[in-house]
Write a protein that binds this ligand. Structure first.
Ligand code: FAD
Ligand code: FES
Length: 257
């Protein structure tokens, strides 16, 4: 695994939905090496005014060859609250790209199921794969005001179906229900998903019924983010795994059997 610890500069920080923010960073070495499904550990420089700001893992939401990298994050606790105050020009350290990303096997259609902020790594995958295959994104959020605007992704050819728990936009229900109603996909299709554990289990059950390959991106608490501390180890159907090193993307059968 090649990973880099670099200084990244904040280019732009914006709120994009309720409690949801996008951070655009300049980090050329990491952005150019990044693959969909990988993540970065983000922390303050030693002189950081945001101290204590312990390094935290975030999926790579977008990355380009110009050297820009984006993170899409939810404000859930102390660090992500601090992150909302980051201003352009601020420097952070960043470790990455970390972990095993999506393989997205085959050349058939790619169907993606995102539960809430699980959309973060799937957007990178969708953007990466759209030039060579048909990509559909089934995206579920609690309510319309929590949906991240993805019009630019639609314009790049990705078909997006939205679901909300309260029916305030798109279909009422979850992205797993939307996925199930749309299927089964054409022969040769592959699936990928990211979201809460219960949601991933539902998507896995659907993919199993369809006999379609499925990759799942998992989240755990992490400390080192590089395989050294075992802080992220979890027991999956296939045995004990370190999410930061063996994942965060796993074959669905490895996770649920
Ligand atoms: C590989 C990976 C990729 C991730 N990608 C993203 C991303 O793209 N966008 C994003 O917003 N978040 C992502 N996360 C989660 C993110 O790391 C946490 O939300 C963040 O560390 C919370 O820090 P905090 O100090 O704000 O919250 P804390 O104060 O540490 O926690 C606040 C609350 O959030 C819960 N929480 C914290 N971390 C997690 C977690 N990993 N899973 C479930 N619950 C958690 C805590 O139990 C607590 O209830 C990712 C995590 C991993 C492991
Ligand atoms: S976070 Fe330390 S081993 Fe995974």
């Amino acid at each position: 695994m090649i990973c880099r610890r670099v200084q990244a500069e904040v280019l732009d920080a914006a709120q994009v939905a309720v409690d949801t923010f996008r951070l655009r960073l300049r980090a050329p070495e990491v952005a150019r090496a990044a693959r969909p499904g990988q993540f970065v550990m983000l922390g303050p420089l030693e002189d950081g005014a945001l101290d204590p700001f312990l390094p935290r893992p975030f999926s790579i939401h977008r990355a380009n060859t110009d050297g820009d990298l984006e993170i899409l994050y939810a404000r859930v606790g102390r660090v992500t609250q601090d992150m909302t105050r980051l201003a352009p020009g601020r420097r952070l350290w960043l470790l990455g790209p970390q972990g095993r990303g999506f393989a997205a096997p085959g050349a058939g259609e790619l169907w993606l199921a995102a539960g809430g902020l699980g959309v973060a790594p799937l957007v990178f995958l969708a953007e990466h794969e759209a030039p060579r295959r048909k990509v559909r994104l089934f995206y579920g959020v609690r309510s319309a005001d929590r949906a991240v605007p993805l019009e630019w992704l639609r314009r790049s050819g990705v078909q997006i179906d939205l679901a909300t728990d309260d029916g305030s936009a798109g279909a009422r229900g979850t992205a797993a229900q939307l996925l199930e109603a749309a299927g089964p996909p054409p022969a040769g299709a592959a699936l990928a998903s990211c979201g809460p554990w219960k949601f991933l289990r539902a998507v896995h059950a659907i993919a199993t019924r369809w006999n379609a390959p499925l990759e799942l991106s998992l989240e755990t608490r992490m400390a080192c983010g590089m395989g050294a501390c075992l802080g992220c180890a979890i027991r999956l159907a296939a045995g004990r795994r370190r999410v930061c090193l063996d994942g965060p993307v796993f074959d669905g059968r490895e996770v649920f059997g």
